[in-house]
Design a protein around this ligand. Structure first.
Ligand code: ISL
Ligand code: CA
Length: 565
């Protein structure tokens, strides 16, 4: 069996600013990425999702694009980019770019024109409205700021921004906007890119008339009105048009960052080849927040199992991830960092738990060495607009302690600290001053050290990627949840054409004996009552960490062959 390349391969997400600096200015760049391609190849990576590298004033670290067809000067030149494409393709690594077209930067030439006058040809490229009695046109709040509107005195109107005020929303209703975007996408395809990750793509269409939100109001009467800006009917129209105009006829892939997707509406986006190929859902990573992501609640294994089983059932092909540039690190979050031994073991367990499910794995840079959160203590260590706005608002209401607790657990800068390559100064990331501090644990946690240690998290990832690559059952097998009521274990069976594999993961700090129904796991030859010798012989261990033949040590995992059902 050989499916689409984006199902066969394991993805690796690069946050360019923090991956590798090549010229000592403290900022990661394209030449730095090129110098690490052999590492990615060694690891077994088959495709890269590259976070935005376009010209940007960096109000939101590249997610505010000033020019879609220029490379950010700090990252290099278009020649460097063309070389990156060549060097990746020479190693058979696909390149997927970030596509941020819900909004642009307020410094984009379109917006600079748009705000000049009401009759400017670019006026309708953005969403401008009159105020209501000196206030905003409606009651929407934004992802990053209290209000989703900013007033502009030049024309006495307000513009809409679902993110920061430096990220005005593009008006997809306007056919000229769509034409410009499609042409831009096609030019990138013609340069050789293999696909796109589409930023907040589910929010590009807004409800006609921009009605007030009816949900829960904040102190100022504002509402996070996603019922009016996510999953609007026009979304499907736009995505189909985009596919016809840009994707059809190309051997490419598009994955949506589909905020507000759920198991009911997911199949309206994927599965029939008319809109997206894959989607990112956030049910797993949103699990440990209640109301807002900043109100941290403990990990709930049963809930996790339900979410995974529901999604594996809901659509044919999932994306599989624990981390990205918007999430904190996964080991302190879902595993255990109490001791070095447990950090290593739980990182391996998390890898097996997620990346052997049915779907395409996405590894975020540094996850493969088990990087952890940063011990933030002061605002000067932060770089993220989301954190700054959170602190600003929290100070007004005397909730500073609460905000800091949230930032330490969930702040996006946790995952944006430099990649830890070695025990040398600045973790081998830069010879200069890094743009954001290196995690002080880099002498312990780094690629160079992990490469030398066969028992490291890094080697486990490499082995896991190799196994998946060689195995049809791990790629294309069905998914069946096991031990659903067990309080400590997450387990599942994959099955495909006469082959089966069982994955068992201990999500607890206890040693757990394998329950009866998993008796054959790893037993490799033992016998049990129902004469299940065959079952036992099937129990060949493919991958393990903290497995002693009978049970799993705290945070341990085992992957074995199994009999088919
Ligand atoms: O990280 C989040 C807030 O905590 C998410 O809600 C995030 O803002 C949302 O998933 C959209 O993310 C994407 O678009 C943003 C950008 O800041 C993120 O980095 C990007 O992944 C605006 O472009
Ligand atoms: Ca640099």
């Amino acid at each position: 069996m050989s499916g689409a390349w984006w199902k066969e391969r394991v993805f690796y997400q690069i946050y360019p600013r923090s991956f590798q600096d090549s010229n000592g200015d403290g900022i990661g760049d394209i030449n730095g990425i090129i110098s690490r391609l052999d590492y990615l190849k060694w690891l077994g990576v088959g495709a890269v999702w590259l976070c935005p590298i376009y010209d940007s004033p960096n109000a939101d670290m590249g997610y505010d694009i000033r020019d879609y067809e220029k490379i950010m000067a700090e990252f290099g030149t278009m020649e460097d980019f063309d070389r990156l494409v060549r060097e990746m393709h020479r190693r058979d690594i696909k390149l997927v770019m970030d596509l941020v077209v819900n909004h642009s930067s307020d410094e984009h030439a379109w917006f600079v024109e748009s705000r000049k006058s009401k009759d400017n040809p670019y006026r309708d490229y953005y969403i401008w409205r009159d105020g209501r009695g000196g206030r905003e046109p409606n009651n929407w709040s934004s992802f990053f700021t209290p209000s989703a509107w900013t007033y502009d005195g030049t024309t006495d109107q307000w513009y809409l921004h679902l993110f920061s005020e430096k990220q005005p929303d593009l008006n997809w209703e306007n056919p000229s906007v769509r034409e410009e975007i499609y042409a831009m996408i096609n030019r990138w395809f013609d340069r050789g890119v293999d696909g796109f990750r589409m930023d907040v793509i589910t929010c590009i269409a807004k409800a006609p008339g921009l009605p007030d939100g009816e949900g829960e109001r904040d102190e100022n009467g504002r509402v996070f009105a996603h019922e009016h800006f996510a999953f609007q009917p026009k979304l499907h129209e736009y995505l189909r048009e985009l596919r016809r105009r840009c994707l059809d006829g190309r051997d490419c892939m598009c994955v949506g960052e589909t905020s507000f997707v759920n198991t009911e509406n997911a199949s309206s986006l994927v599965g029939d080849g008319r809109e997206l190929d894959m989607l990112f859902q956030f049910d797993v990573v949103d699990m440990d927040g209640e109301g807002t992501k900043w109100d941290v609640i403990p990990f709930d294994l049963k809930k996790f199992k339900r979410i995974i089983a529901d999604w594996q059932k809901a659509i044919d092909w999932n994306t599989l991830f624990w981390e990205n540039h918007d999430q904190p690190r996964s080991v302190p979050r879902f595993g255990c960092v109490e001791t070095e031994e447990l950090r290593v073991r739980s990182a391996k367990m998390l890898a097996a738990a997620m990346f052997l499910l049915r779907g395409t794995p996405f590894i975020y840079q540094g996850e493969e060495i088990g990087m952890t959160n940063f011990p933030f203590t002061e605002a000067s260590q932060l770089r993220d607009v989301e954190c700054f706005n959170l602190l600003k608002e929290a100070e007004k209401t005397g909730r500073t302690e609460w905000a800091w607790n949230g930032i330490r657990h969930k702040g996006r800068d946790n995952a944006r600290t430099p990649m830890q390559w070695s025990g040398q100064e600045n973790a081998g990331f830069t010879t200069g001053d890094p743009w954001i501090d290196v995690n002080p644990n880099y002498t312990q946690i780094n690629v160079e050290k992990a490469k030398k240690d066969e028992d490291s998290i890094l080697h486990f990832y490499r082995e896991l990627i190799r196994l998946r690559g060689e195995s049809d059952v791990l790629k294309y097998g069905s998914f069946e949840p096991l031990c659903e009521e067990n309080e400590d274990l997450f387990a599942y069976r994959r099955e495909y054409e006469g082959e089966a594999v069982v994955v068992v993961c201990n999500f607890s700090g206890r040693t757990v004996k394998l329950p009866e129904d998993l008796a054959c796991v790893g037993a490799g030859g033992g016998e049990d009552e129902d004469g299940a010798r065959a079952r036992c012989e099937a129990g060949k261990v493919l991958l393990a960490a903290g497995f002693d033949g009978e049970g799993l040590l705290p945070w341990g995992t085992v992957v074995t062959t199994a009999v088919t059902s």
